[in-house]
Ligand binder design. Structure first.
Ligand code: PLP
Length: 667
C-alpha cells in the first residue's frame, strides 16, 4: 500500500492520533447526522437517538454475532434509529404547522418499496402509530402484505400507487370494505373505470386519488419522475376529464387526494417549492369545482445527505428536514389561503429519509495489493541495485540515478528520467536484449521512484500537474468480503456514494490510501469514489492490515433501496442481518438475528435443486468407490463435506478450513 512515510516521520513529532482525528478525517459529523461517532476506545459507536447517554459500540455487536458462530458481512439494523427518524420528521412538520398557523395535519406514509423487510415495515408501522402515519404501496404483493398487517388499525392511511390491474384494484376495494382507509391513486386514465367497476362489485364508495403530471420538473438523477415526460400521472386535461366523469356519476366527493412525486433524493429545495406550489393550485382548483379533496400528497424525495456537504450535489441536499417541512407547509397553506380553501391533510411519501440511516453494512477485509512493495531501499551502487548483475543495461543504471537524484528541486527532471528509462527497458526487453531479471528490476526501480516522487509531492504546496495522479495510481486495493451487487447496488448502478470507514483502530493514524474491491468476479465490483464535503475522493485512508487480525469496515446509510435492489451476482446472497435495540438504561441487545442466504437458497433462486445435485455427487462417489478404489469412509466424508457446503454461507469464511476439519474428524 501507499505508505505515508512522511506522515509517519512527522507523526513521531506530532501529537498522537486520536479518535477525534479519525472523526475529522472521515467527516463523520457531516454525514452521520449525530448517529455515528468515534468512541474514545477507537471503536465506532452508534447513538440511535443522537444522545451520548444512549450509545453502543458497533464492534461489540459484531463480536456478539461472531460468538454465535456467524461472520461478516453483516447488516446491522438499528430499530431505534428508525424510530428517531420518524419522530424527527413528525417534529419538523409539527413545528412547521404551528409556525405557519396551518390548520390541517401532517401524515407520512412510508413507501414500503424503500425497504420492504417485514421487520422494518412492522417497526415503521408501530413507531408511526402515535403520529397517525400510514403506508404506501406500489404493487399487488406490497398491497397484500400491508392490508393484512393493518387489520387492527384500519384508520391508518394506505396510499396505493403504481400501475394496477383488475386484481390489484379488487384487492383495494375489498380492503376498503374491511374498513381500511385506502386510496388508490389513478396513474393513467384507464384505471378510473376499473376502480369504479370494482368498487361497485364489492359494494363500497371508493376514496380516489389522482396523480398529476406537473410542469415543474425534478432535477438530477430522477428528474424524469415529474414533468410531462414522466412515466406516471395524468395530464391536466386528463385530470379534468376524469373529474367530470366522476361528477357525472355524482361521485365528485370520492376524489379525496391529489398526488405528485417530484423525484427521489431531491437535492435542491427550489424543486420542492415549485412542485408543491403547483400541486397546491391544482388541489384548490379541483376543490372549487366540487371535489371532496382532503389530502394533498407531495410524494417522496426528501433527501439524505450522504456526503455531508449540504450542497446541491447528487449525493447531498441543500436543505434540512425542518426547511423541507416548512416549505411544504408554508406553500400549501398560502395557496389555500389565497384561494379560500380549507387546509388539507398534508401527506408525504418520504422513504429514503426515514429508512437510510437505520442500516450499517459491516464487512471484513480479506487482503490487499498495491505498489508499496516497491518501496524498497535502493542499495548504494548500481550493480547491487540491479540485483548484483554486473552486466547492467543502461536504462537500469539510469533508473538508479533517477531514483537517487530525486529531490524536491529535481523532482520533475528525475521523474522524466525514470519514465524514459523504464520505457527504454521495456523496448530492450521486447527486442530480446534485456533478461527478465533486469526487466523486473526496472519495474521495481521505476515504482520505487514513483513512491519517492509521491512522498516528495506531499511536502509541496502545489503538486506539479503531471504528478497529480500519482497518489491515486499508487493507492492500494483492499479486497472486501462483500458483493457490491448484492449489498450496495446503487453504488454500482447509479454511482451513489455511501460513507465508508473502519469501525475500529480509530485511535491509530491510517497510513495507507486504497480503493475497495469486492469478491465477485467482476471488475465493476469495486468502490473507487468516496464521500468528501468538498469533492469526491478517489481513495479511502485506511490502516495497514495486520496478519491474523481482522480489519472491519462499514458502509453507512444503506437502509434505503439497497436490500431489495441487490442481486445474486456470482450467487452471493443476503448477508446475515442483526436487529439491535437499545433499552432505556443505554444497554443494548440483539432482538432478532436473520441468517444470511445459504448456498442451497441462492442456488434454488436460479432453479437448482440441491437434492438433485447431491444425488449426482453421491453417484459419482459410488463410482469412485467401485472403479477407483476410493475408501468408503473417504467417500462418506466427501459426501458430508458437500452437504455441509450446500447448507453454508455464501461469503468467504476465513476462519474455516475444511481440510483441517476433515482431518480432525478422521478416526
Ligand atoms: N413515492 C413514489 C411514488 C415513489 O416513486 C418514490 C420513489 O421513487 C417514493 C415515494 C419514495 O421516494 P424517496 O425515497 O425519495 O422519499
Amino acid at each position: 500500500m501507499t505508505t505515508f512515510s512522511e506522515h509517519d516521520q512527522r507523526g513521531a513529532l506530532e501529537a498522537p492520533w486520536t479518535p477525534t482525528d479519525s472523526a475529522d478525517l472521515y467527516q463523520m459529523a457531516a454525514w452521520g447526522a449525530g448517529y455515528f461517532v468515534a468512541g474514545k476506545d477507537g471503536h465506532l459507536h452508534v447513538r440511535p437517538d443522537t444522545t451520548a447517554q444512549r450509545q453502543l459500540d458497533l464492534v461489540e455487536v459484531v463480536e456478539a454475532v461472531r460468538k454465535g458462530g456467524h461472520t461478516t458481512p453483516l447488516l446491522v439494523r438499528f430499530r431505534d434509529i428508525l424510530d428517531h427518524r420518524l419522530a424527527l420528521i413528525n417534529a419538523a412538520f409539527s413545528a412547521a404547522i404551528s409556525e405557519n398557523e396551518y390548520r390541517g395535519r401532517y401524515c407520512a406514509v412510508y413507501p414500503i418499496k424503500v425497504n420492504q423487510q417485514r421487520a422494518v415495515v412492522e417497526e415503521v408501522f408501530r413507531a408511526g402509530s402515535p403520529y397517525g402515519f400510514g403506508l404506501e404501496v406500489g404493487s399487488k404483493p406490497e398491497l397484500l402484505a400491508v392490508t393484512a398487517m393493518t387489520d387492527r388499525q384500519p384508520e391508518r392511511l394506505i396510499v396505493c400507487n403504481g400501475f394496477k390491474d383488475d386484481a390489484y384494484l379488487h384487492a383495494v376495494m375489498i380492503a376498503a370494505k374491511l374498513g381500511r382507509t385506502i386510496i388508490p391513486v389513478v396513474e393513467k386514465p384507464s384505471e378510473l373505470d376499473m376502480i369504479l367497476e370494482h368498487a361497485k362489485a364489492v359494494g363500497v364508495r371508493p376514496r380516489i386519488g389522482f396523480r398529476v403530471k406537473l410542469a415543474s420538473q425534478g432535477a438530477g438523477r430522477w428528474r424524469d419522475s415529474a414533468g410531462a415526460k414522466s412515466k406516471f400521472g395524468l395530464f391536466l386535461a386528463e385530470v379534468l376529464e376524469l373529474f367530470q366523469r366522476l361528477k357525472d356519476q355524482g361521485m365528485e366527493d370520492c376524489l379525496q387526494l391529489v398526488h405528485c412525486h417530484p423525484g427521489s433524493q431531491l437535492q435542491d429545495i427550489r424543486r420542492i417549492k415549485d412542485a408543491v406550489a403547483e400541486l397546491a393550485h391544482v388541489y384548490c382548483e379541483l376543490s372549487r369545482m366540487g371535489a371532496g379533496l382532503k389530502y394533498l400528497d407531495v410524494g417522496g424525495g426528501l433527501g439524505v445527505d450522504y456526503d455531508g456537504s449540504r450542497t446541491n450535489f447528487a449525493s447531498s441536499m441543500n436543505y434540512s428536514i425542518e426547511e423541507y417541512a416548512n416549505e411544504v407547509v408554508y406553500r400549501i397553506g398560502s395557496v389555500c389561503d389565497q384561494k379560500g380553501i380549507e387546509h388539507p391533510t398534508i401527506v408525504s411519501e418520504s422513504g429514503r429519509a426515514i429508512a437510510a440511516y437505520q442500516s450499517v453494512l459491516v464487512f471484513d477485509v480479506l487482503g490487499s495489493s498495491g505498489l508499496d512493495r516497491f518501496r524498497v531501499p535502493v542499495p548504494p551502487d548500481a550493480e547491487e541495485a540491479a540485483g548484483g548483475d554486473e552486466d547492467l543495461a543502461q536504462p537500469i543504471k539510469d533508473l538508479v540515478e533517477a531514483y537517487r537524484g530525486m529531490t524536491p528541486r529535481r523532482l520533475i527532471e528525475c521523474w522524466h528520467d525514470a519514465a524514459r528509462a523504464r520505457e527504454e527497458a521495456q523496448q530492450l526487453f521486447n527486442l530480446g536484449y534485456l533478461p527478465l531479471e533486469q526487466r523486473s528490476r526496472a519495474d521495481e526501480l521505476f515504482w520505487a521512484s514513483a513512491v519517492k516522487a509521491r512522498d516528495l509531492c506531499r511536502r509541496l504546496e502545489t503538486v506539479p500537474e503531471e504528478l497529480q495522479d500519482l497518489e491515486e495510481i499508487l493507492s492500494g486495493t483492499y479486497f472486501c468480503n462483500l458483493s457490491i451487487f448484492q449489498s450496495l447496488p446503487d453504488s454500482w448502478a447509479i454511482g451513489q456514494l455511501f460513507p465508508i470507514m473502519p469501525i475500529h483502530r480509530l485511535d491509530e493514524r491510517p497510513t495507507t490510501q486504497a480503493v475497495l474491491a469486492d469478491i465477485t468476479c467482476d471488475s465493476d465490483g469495486k468502490i473507487d469514489r468516496f464521500v468528501d464535503v468538498r469533492d469526491i475522493k478517489k481513495t479511502l485512508p485506511l490502516h495497514e492490515l495486520r496478519p491474523g487480525e481482522p480489519y472491519l469496515l462499514a458502509a453507512f446509510l444503506v437502509g434505503a433501496y439497497q436490500e431489495t435492489l441487490g442481486d445474486l451476482h456470482n450467487l452471493f446472497g443476503d448477508p446475515h442481518v442483526v436487529h439491535v435495540v437499545m433499552d432505556e438504561d443505554g444497554s443494548w441487545r440483539i432482538d432478532e438475528f436473520v441468517e444470511g442466504d445459504t448456498v442451497r437458497e441462492t442456488l434454488s433462486f436460479v432453479q437448482y435443486d440441491t437434492g438433485v445435485l447431491m444425488d449426482r455427487i453421491a453417484r459419482d462417489l459410488e463410482r469412485a468407490v467401485a472403479d477407483e478404489g476410493m475408501r468408503e469412509v473417504e467417500a462418506k466424508r466427501i459426501h458430508a463435506f458437500y452437504a455441509g457446503e450446500f447448507r453454508g454461507f455464501t461469503y468467504l469464511e476465513s476462519q474455516r478450513n475444511p481440510a483441517r476439519e476433515m482431518q480432525e474428524r478422521r478416526p
